[in-house]
Design a binder for this molecule. Structure first.
Ligand SMILES: [Zn+2]
Ligand SMILES: [Zn+2]
Length: 212
């Protein structure tokens, strides 16, 4: 598996491309590309490498993770849109939300595949287990691949911090409990790919994150 990281938009969000080099299939995880050059950069990267984009996979659907979803869906028709059903509200309200920030964005595409806790999401031959960890947003999903020991966790867990829980549907206690019971039990050497900031590991967060 190859993972390509792009840092996009006003919020310094990490958009990831997870790639199966054998089959060339890939998925965009949280398309946060906002500016035209950011959208073009991501689209060109996929096309130039002749990757086959099969899906957009959302850890959650806050604006900064969804800005570029429409552009990607337009550039690659018929891809699947994967997210927890509790995130639909953010997709439906995206344009209103963006206007509150003084930003205009395109309406993100509807979720085509609801992801629930324990589901398997495939990116090429790579299998990711969906781990539902609400508290930052009600439908936050972390995607864990045990073979390569990687987890995409959106805004649930950061290097040295955790996601904010003061946004609609947030719940601090739920977030702490979810991370403790579902993420920090993973093997030490799992690499954590967060929605913002650098990568970290389960060991480092278990040992040094001030929230635990
Ligand atoms: Zn978020
Ligand atoms: Zn975010």
């Amino acid at each position: 598996m190859q993972i390509q990281t792009f840092v996009f938009n006003h919020f310094g969000q990490n958009t990831y491309l997870a790639i199966d080099e054998q089959t060339k299939e890939c998925a965009v995880i949280d398309p946060g590309c906002f500016f035209d050059e950011e959208k073009q950069k991501l689209i060109s990267y996929i096309q130039t490498n002749k990757y086959i984009l099969t899906k957009i996979v959302f850890t959650h659907c806050h604006l900064d993770h969804a800005f570029g979803a429409r552009s990607i869906a337009n550039a690659f028709p018929n891809i699947g849109i994967y997210a927890h059903k509790n995130e639909s509200v953010f997709i439906d309200d995206a344009i209103n939300q963006s206007l509150r920030f003084g930003i205009t964005m395109e309406q993100p595409p509807k979720i085509t595949n609801y992801v629930s806790d324990g589901d398997i999401v495939e990116i090429g031959s790579h299998k990711f287990v969906a781990i539902h960890v609400p508290g930052h947003s009600p439908g936050s999903i972390c995607y864990y691949n045990a073979e390569y020991k990687v987890i995409f966790c959106g805004d649930v867990l950061f290097a040295g911090s955790i996601g904010r829980s003061d946004l609609p549907g947030g719940n601090h206690d739920q977030l702490i409990e979810g991370i403790t019971k579902k993420l920090l039990i993973l093997p030490d050497d799992v690499t954590v790919y967060s929605g913002h900031g650098p990568t970290t590991s389960i060991l480092v967060e278990r040992d040094t994150n001030p929230y635990f």
